[in-house]
Ligand binder design. Structure first.
Ligand code: ADP
Length: 251
């Protein structure tokens, strides 16, 4: 009797897992397609207008070219995330860690995203620590982490108008806190928000397109480099994403 009941429970649990996985995959594929389609549609529209010579004003031509560049960069970021996700899932991701000055690295990453940050009306504040903060990390992976966090602040917390970076040095690690003044994460989502595919609004009609990969990739990359990623509510409202990285080694 016990064996039959246990077997039944196991089968029910497996069926539940199977349907949950299948549903997550379908939602993921539709979300990624939707996310690819939006920038592709605007690239095509502006490129067609320009190639048909229907934009006489030089000012407008430059603006449309700017949109094409920005949208293709957005496509590239999405494809990078999907490629990274599959490499991580298959255990094929490799890292070349080196000693990096975190505040220098952050300044470069912010500078490369400045036009988007300005366009969202966000002011960035960061207090550069007095002594250089050297961490041990892979350049590309750390860049991907920062881009995903900045991207999210622009997508979900632009109303808050600010993005604050703070650093704290511990015995063997450096903590970088990325704080925004968005609406934060509702209590029922906090535990799962960094898990893959998890989105607060995962419908196709969500205000912001997304695939629920950004934070989970960031955490996987950081953990592989000996660090981690956490979320905490920010005092006074908003979110804090805490990036932990190991201190540089003497080599
Ligand atoms: P995506 O942005 O593709 O949905 P992420 O893994 O980057 O995937 O983020 C997961 C979810 O976490 C988002 O869908 C959003 O609901 C929420 N989120 C992420 N960053 C923030 C933020 N700074 N403020 C509020 N919500 C956020």
């Amino acid at each position: 009797m016990v064996a039959i009941l246990a077997g039944g429970a196991l089968l029910t649990w497996q069926a539940y897992r199977y349907f949950k996985d299948a549903r997550q995959k379908t939602t993921f594929v539709s979300n990624v397609s939707h996310e690819l389609k939006t920038p592709l549609t605007s690239i095509r529209m502006y490129a067609e207008l320009l190639s048909e010579g229907r934009v006489p004003s030089e000012d407008k031509q430059n603006r449309y070219l700017g949109v094409i560049v920005a949208e293709s960069q957005r496509l590239a970021r999405l494809v990078d995330n999907v490629l990274d996700f599959s490499r991580l899932e298959q255990g094929r991701k490799s890292y070349r860690s080196e000693n990096l000055d975190l505040s220098d690295f952050l300044s470069e990453a912010i500078a490369s995203q400045q036009p988007r940050i300005n366009a969202a009306g966000i002011k960035v504040h960061y207090h550069v620590p007095e002594s250089a903060l050297f961490v041990r990390a892979d350049r590309d992976a750390l860049r991907q982490v920062l881009l995903n966090l900045i991207d999210n602040a622009l997508k979900y917390a632009a109303d808050g108008k600010e993005l604050v970076f703070e650093f704290r040095k511990h015995r063997s690690a450096v903590e970088m806190t990325v704080g925004d003044r968005g609406s934060g994460i509702p209590a029922e989502h906090r535990e799962k928000i960094i898990d893959k595919f998890h989105r607060i609004d995962d419908s196709l009609t969500a205000q912001q397109p997304g695939s629920g990969l950004g934070l989970s990739i960031a955490r996987r990359l950081l953990r592989d480099m000996g660090g981690n990623l956490y979320w905490r509510p920010r005092k006074g409202g908003g979110s804090c994403f805490i990036v932990e990285l190991p201190l540089a080694t003497d080599d």
